[in-house]
Ligand binder design. Sequence first.
Ligand code: DCP
Ligand code: MG
Length: 362
Amino acid sequence: PEGSTPTPVATVSQYACKRRTTTQNNNKIFTDAFEVLAESYEFNEIEGRCLAFRRAASVLKSLPWAVQRLEATQDLPCLGGHTKAVIQDTEPSKLCSFRRQRSCHSLFTSVFGVGVKTAEKWYRRGLRSFRDILTNSHVVFFPAGFLHYGDISRAVSEAEARALGNIIDEAVRAITPDAVLALTGGFRRGKEFGHDVDYLLTTPELGKEEALLLSVIDRLKHQSILLYCDYQASTLDMDQLPCRRFEAMDHFAKCFLILRLEAGQVEGDLQRVEGDSRSWRAVRVDLVSPPIDHYAFALLGWSGSRQFERDLRRFARLERKMLLDNHALYDLTKKEFLEAKTEKDIFAHLGLEYIEPWQRNA
Ligand code: DCP
Ligand code: MG
């Protein structure tokens, strides 16, 4: 009946890896507000608050119902006083003051290659626009993202991701017919749009994966669809694992690409702004090439979401005394690495129910 408070059937876990979160978000009004605040705290390096708002947003995303009144949230984890105040809308002025700063922040980080740290540095130097940056002599770091900026800042559609999948698949098969290729990232989770397209690429034969990646890049170059390539060779060293401190990037061979996608290759049409009649657009693509014995960990790590990954690692550490990252799972009690061929093996090692990729939109 209308107006009644929905009672959660089961208690909601504080860990995103124990919740099932599809792309359907019933609480977007609140989660958007939380994410504005989280970003702002991240920008100002107030980590605790940032994380608190991210966790709160993630909890609300998992609810199959819409929060109507504050009382409905009383049994939910991760919702503290600050988040509840936002729900009650007692802090609209704070949200407003953050928005101005946020618009610069997200303008800068929307450039491929520019992270929070760089954006923050530019902001502190008083830079507020791209013109400011391009004319400022102190800015020596000049990211490739300014190339094709218009295209890259425009979302990639599922149809475009599929078209790119065909191109990559064709290139891979031509080189190594039995190679393993998997879509990861947001599109694997069933998102309709993304900022890039992410793939994992490996060979059944251990040690051939890096050469395959290089050959794929070479082939794309010869097809004249490679607009930009930042290749990073593997720095994987099992003697350095497990790593206790979380690292932003894993050690697999990978490349960050900008590819040229022709309209004719896409079912429907390219994502374009009105008046743009070009027959192609630039798209950001990531290819990661883990050795086959690390494949399951890489797949789980690159499928996201970021919050889902954070909570998987936190759950492993705090509840199981295990260290999880994109490379491996290490049991601190037994002092050994736990092998896994599939994602299901990893969930089983952690004593977690398996969560499908489309339920990981935490
Ligand atoms: N990832 C991570 N930590 C990082 C970088 C990536 O855990 N520092 C994982 C989680 C992401 C996935 O890799 O979900 C892919 O990274 P993207 O930035 O491409 O994120 P998504 O694909 O999820 O979203 P988008 O639609 O914006 O591409
Ligand atoms: Mg992505």
